[in-house]
Write a protein that binds this ligand. Sequence first.
Ligand code: PRP
Ligand code: URA
Ligand code: MG
Length: 208
Amino acid sequence: MAVYPSNHPMVKHKVSLLREDTISLKKFRELVDEVATMLTMEATADLELKQQPMTCWSGNISAPVLANKQPTLVPILRAGLGMLNGAQSILPCATVSIVGIARNEETLEPESYYQNIVADISERTALIIDPMLATGGSALATIELLKESGCKQIKALFLVAAPEGIELIEKAHPDVDMYIGSVDEKLNDKGYILPGLGDAGDKIFGTL
Ligand SMILES: O=P(O)(O)OC[C@H]1O[C@H](OP(=O)(O)OP(=O)(O)O)[C@H](O)[C@@H]1O
Ligand SMILES: O=c1cc[nH]c(=O)[nH]1
Ligand SMILES: [Mg+2]
């Protein structure tokens, strides 16, 4: 298991811009998309390659291409959809396995309402995408669902994560790698990340 907080200055800069209280819907969506793209680059830096013979303008060569099927992207509805375009810009042939989970805002427990996992999940790395890792309950439920479905390798990408959520995932699923835009300070008494972004789903979809 490894936790990879991004060290890229542009990721840090853009996550800081996302925190601006008066940010517009358009700007929030654009920044979510941009940071998702950069985290996907970081999370896919170890994709396996194989040498493939091909005919090039200068003759026959052997060139590196992906050795395996592209990952399946796993957006956790709703907010995870905001990261989908950015992730697909790096992985244009990635399949999409959608998981619908809403956190019960009273109990903070994840409530699952939809799932559609690709049939060949055992042959693909799953990249969970969700802007927020708070208590970790939603990510934990998603990881368990993916493993029950036969997934053998899971990575999870979050724009902002609380230490509480990271610890929960680390303990329960030490084989899952986490790529994080910013590790924030803590959760407040309502389970929101501080300083955080507020409710990411509401900000992406304008349901504030
Ligand atoms: O780590 P947790 O404590 O489980 O909280 C994080 C979850 O909460 C948010 O989704 P939310 O339930 O608000 O649904 P939404 O995307 O529809 O807004 C967020 O996008 C995560 O999925
Ligand atoms: O800070 C938080 C916690 C859960 N969900 C969010 O969107 N934001
Ligand atoms: Mg929400």
